[in-house]
Ligand binder design. Sequence first.
Ligand SMILES: NC(=O)c1ccc[n+]([C@@H]2O[C@H](COP(=O)([O-])OP(=O)(O)OC[C@H]3O[C@@H](n4cnc5c(N)ncnc54)[C@H](OP(=O)(O)O)[C@@H]3O)[C@@H](O)[C@H]2O)c1
Length: 328
Amino acid sequence: MSKIRWGLLSTANINRRVIPAIRESARGELVAVASRSQESAQAYADKWDIPLAFGSYEAMLASDAVDAVYIGLPNHLHAEWSIKAMQQGKHVLCEKPFALTLAVVDEMTAVSQQTGCYLAEAFMYRHHPQTKIVGEMMRNGRLGRVTVVRGVFNFAFSTRDNIRLVPEWGGGCLWDVGVYPLSFAQYVMGGPPQRVFGTQWLGESGVDEVFSGQMVYAGGAMAQISSSFCTPFHTQVEIIGTEGRLVLNRPFTGHNDGDRALMFYPKDGESEEIAVPEEELYLGEIEDLHTAVLDNKPQYLTLEETRNHVKTVLALYESARTGQVVSL
Ligand SMILES: NC(=O)c1ccc[n+]([C@@H]2O[C@H](COP(=O)([O-])OP(=O)(O)OC[C@H]3O[C@@H](n4cnc5c(N)ncnc54)[C@H](OP(=O)(O)O)[C@@H]3O)[C@@H](O)[C@H]2O)c1
């Protein structure tokens, strides 16, 4: 096998960001889309110039024409369809949040091990050069000892008809966008927190429409994250260390959405804008599957990290419900 033939499992809105990345990748080919009706699949295939259109997800998974699937379903369906895909021998790139309980994360991981299929959480920003530069700065000690990571991801809906507002579908702003600063903090800290405290505003929908979380890590470093469904678009990450402060104004979103400045403010001396190579935001997660499957390389974002993301979200929700600090 020298190429990976991709199928899109659903006609999700987010596909529009992943399709150009598959097409730009050196060894990926977009061959199929599946939808819950043949009409919808065919209309989507025509619009995006995709060769094969399947009128059910099962039909695409049964096809020998597809090697890997991208799963952009509502959150409560991620696990079910990832497992079905792997059982049909398909490699899986599954949207965040990966799953809504730890038991299900473990089940998905077990199926990946049993079938030998690649399985990864689609945190696209983790693969981008900007995020890797931050990792390099952490390793070479430029920030000194990290004391606090602060991160935010807010946006506001244009309509209320949205999968993110359905409680039993894994709705809520922490599951949807709070997971970005949360995962960034864990990337910087090198693991999950020891204890967390969360607070939320529940909307009329019954899901958290504002969520704020405080996390404490081994050694005492802290993270503060917030997310929202009802305030203007805003993303930022700030990493505060004893030797300086690093600010990412576009930590999670593409450069097409605005400036992508990475600024370092050292303890002594002038502030410095750090250059970030341009790269299609969704390309890295696609290439990671290719190198893992075709070159037998380890996947970059491990399932252990993914498990820690889910574990921390669940602890934050428990804390918000009970008003108590929760230990992990
Ligand atoms: N990584 C990122 O940058 C990013 C950005 C946005 C969203 N996401 C994630 O991607 C996922 C999809 O988000 P989205 O905004 O693209 O969703 P969306 O546009 O609402 O699409 C979800 C798709 O799921 C399918 N589906 C199956 N059962 C469904 C049901 N009961 N109700 C509604 N749709 C159902 C539908 O496809 P068919 O009708 O074709 O079957 C639908 O098009 C979410 O998990 C979200 O967290 C990730």
